[in-house]
Design a protein around this ligand. Structure first.
Ligand code: FES
Length: 113
């Protein structure tokens, strides 16, 4: 697991700087600490998706899982989630993942929290 730089969000706004675009390779994920939350940022081609990093089943770190297209496989019990929607695609998780909007500003990823 790789961690990005600490949260440097702008006070009073909902968007928070999370990481440099170049820190996330296509098909990979990083973990960013944003506004006190541990958020996984996934890169699919040149699109970015952000979810809570912790699996809703037993809390495993999803950024350590296997990303296949839009589907992340949890590294602990192989539950599946869609990183675009947070929807559970395969048990054992029952609750969806929280997702966050992501945008690119000046080669920086920002997450809306
Ligand atoms: Fe993710 Fe169990 S902790 S499926």
């Amino acid at each position: 697991m790789r961690y990005s730089k600490p949260d440097v969000g702008v006070m009073g706004e909902e968007w928070h700087r999370a990481a440099e675009v170049a820190s996330v390779q296509p098909g990979d994920a990083i973990v960013a600490r944003v506004a006190g939350r541990e958020i996984a940022i996934f890169r699919i081609g040149n699109e970015f998706f952000a979810t809570d990093n912790r699996c809703t089943h037993a809390g495993a770190p999803l950024a350590d899982g296997y990303l296949d297209g839009e589907i992340i496989e949890c590294p602990l019990h192989q539950g599946l989630f869609n990183v675009r929607t947070g929807q559970v695609m395969c048990a054992p998780p029952l609750r969806p993942l929280r997702t966050y909007e992501v945008r690119v500003v000046d080669q920086q990823l920002e997450v809306r929290v």
